[in-house]
Design a protein around this ligand. Structure first.
Ligand code: IMP
Length: 203
């Protein structure tokens, strides 16, 4: 009888919410998710100015690969870029979601939308994993609406103002636990796609 091999995934992110969701997704599947650190710190990577989540994710994984190659460890490395794209705001905040949230907060977004009837928006996620030999890409989109007030305190980022399509009682991600959010989320879809490809590659 062979022991189960736990595969390590090193996730390059400074976002504790993303890390927790990736762990919640991958760990039941036999992967151990760890934060990618160099000398105990999340390495600083340069993000290109681009409207494309994929371009940003590729730039990050290339920098992660260069750092990782020196470490001599046996693990897959992983990055993910995501953002909130609001229909009536021409996809704002999009790739700038993290910095916009820091600058204007959830109340800033709600103020921008105070007169807006079309509340449609979507989260998009682009994940990229480097197995050591090949790059594997996964994308996920979650449509929903921006609520008129913040609801709930779970999750991170824009979760308290986003209610996904198909959530019949109108709860936001901020009112869901990780398992409930995973049933809808852009991140879970992107990770699911990566997992399927890893299975096909036998990794
Ligand atoms: P980045 O991918 O590190 O550039 O950051 C994306 C930003 O989008 C995060 O800092 C959050 O503000 C927001 N975001 C991405 N995914 C989610 C999510 O699942 N819930 C809430 N906010 C998110």
């Amino acid at each position: 009888m062979y022991a189960t091999v736990v595969k390590r995934l090193l996730f390059l992110t400074g976002n504790a919410g993303k890390l927790a969701e990736a762990s919640h997704f991958f760990e039941p599947l036999g992967y151990q998710v760890e934060q990618f650190l160099v000398d105990g710190e999340v390495p600083i990577v340069v993000e290109p100015q681009s409207d494309s989540l994929k371009d940003v994710a590729i730039a990050k994984i290339e920098q992660a690969k260069a750092l990782f190659n020196k470490s001599g460890q046996d693990a897959a490395i992983f990055v993910e870029d995501a953002g909130l794209f609001i229909d009536e705001l021409n996809d704002f905040p999009g790739v700038n979601s993290a910095s916009v949230l820091n600058q204007i907060g959830l109340s800033g977004i709600l103020n921008l939308m105070s007169e807006t009837i079309n509340r449609g928006a979507e989260f998009r996620a682009q994940a990229v994993l480097f197995t050591g030999e090949e790059l594997v890409f996964g994308e996920g989109v979650c449509r929903g609406i921006i609520t008129s007030e913040t609801l709930g305190e779970s999750g991170f980022g824009y979760d308290p103002i986003f209610s996904p399509e198909g959530e019949d009682s109108g709860r936001t991600f901020g009112q869901m636990d990780k398992t409930e959010k995973e049933a809808f989320s852009h991140r879970a879809k992107a990770l699911e796609s990566i997992k399927k490809q890893l299975d096909l590659l036998g990794r």
